[in-house]
Write a protein that binds this ligand. Structure first.
Ligand SMILES: [Zn+2]
Length: 271
């Protein structure tokens, strides 16, 4: 599943080819996504110039001045650039055909992605309005995490994956950030001290930041070929390392289920 770093990598890869460029037309080959693509959408976007390509959580926002195209990659989506005339493949459901000989193409085999058109303030869209702070913004820090966890008795791993607390901390990054902070994934969120919240906010930022940098290093491959982005996975300390020795202490990495997802952690390094 594309996580925040992959979405940000996608954004950075598409930025130069999209910003300031006019949309010639849009092609919808399959409307049946997580929500159906509106029949009116091609009419809404044709002829508009893309002012900016931004991101909120895992939503890519194509700002066209009079409205914004909201794109979500769902479980299996990929958005990348092809030249005009590039043959269409089976799961290529949506194209944004630009006037610079480029096409921004969405391929999504499982169709959990979204392509929506919103006029007015896009941040007020129901999908975006109640989201918590961006992890890499100044709004997210130890103080914010401390405040957000005071009334939460759920395990800290589940709380940092709650998009009302902070957006974009997926399963992999939650495990990795907790390991770096030396915090057990099972501890009740409200039991974390202010100092430990500071530490965890810092490791969340660090983990996601490094993953974006790793994705960024392979950005050309990501945008131009079929390979998924990033080499961050070679840096996992605990994620998907069940039974292997902890890099810090040698104790085998453990695994447990939290909210139907696997958590990986070191029982010795994380308290
Ligand atoms: Zn350890």
């Amino acid at each position: 599943m594309p996580e925040l770093p992959e979405v940000e990598t996608t954004r950075r890869g598409l930025l130069v080819a999209m910003e300031g460029i006019r949309i010639d037309h849009a092609v919808v080959r399959e409307r049946r996504m997580r929500q159906p693509i509106s029949r009116a959408l091609p009419l809404c976007v044709a002829g508009l110039t893309i002012c900016a390509l931004t991101r909120r959580a895992k939503y890519l926002l194509v700002d066209c001045g009079t409205g914004t195209l909201i794109v979500h990659l769902g479980m299996s989506g990929r958005l990348w650039l092809v030249e005009h005339g590039t043959p269409v493949e089976k799961h290529d459901h949506f194209d944004l055909v630009l006037t610079n000989r480029k096409i921004v193409r969405l391929r999504d085999p499982r169709r959990f992605g979204l392509v929506l058109w919103q006029t007015g303030d896009v941040l007020q869209h129901p999908l975006l309005a109640s989201l918590g702070p961006e992890p890499l913004s100044a709004d997210f820090n130890g103080a914010a995490l401390y405040k957000a966890t005071r009334n939460r008795s759920a395990a800290i791993k589940l709380v940092i994956m709650d998009s009302h607390v902070v957006v974009g901390v997926g399963n992999i990054y939650a495990s990795e950030a907790l390991f770096r902070a030396g915090i057990s994934p099972r501890i009740a969120a409200h039991r974390l001290t202010r100092a430990r919240c500071e530490m965890l906010a810092a490791t969340i930022r660090e983990t996601l930041g490094e993953a974006i940098t790793a994705g960024g290093s392979s950005i050309r491959d990501y945008v131009g070929s079929d390979g998924m982005a990033g080499n961050f996975q070679s840096n996992f300390a605990v994620y998907d390392r069940y039974g292997q020795p902890c890099n810090a202490c040698g104790v085998p990495i453990r695994r447990l289920k939290q909210g139907q997802r696997s958590t990986f952690y070191c029982v010795s390094c994380q308290r």
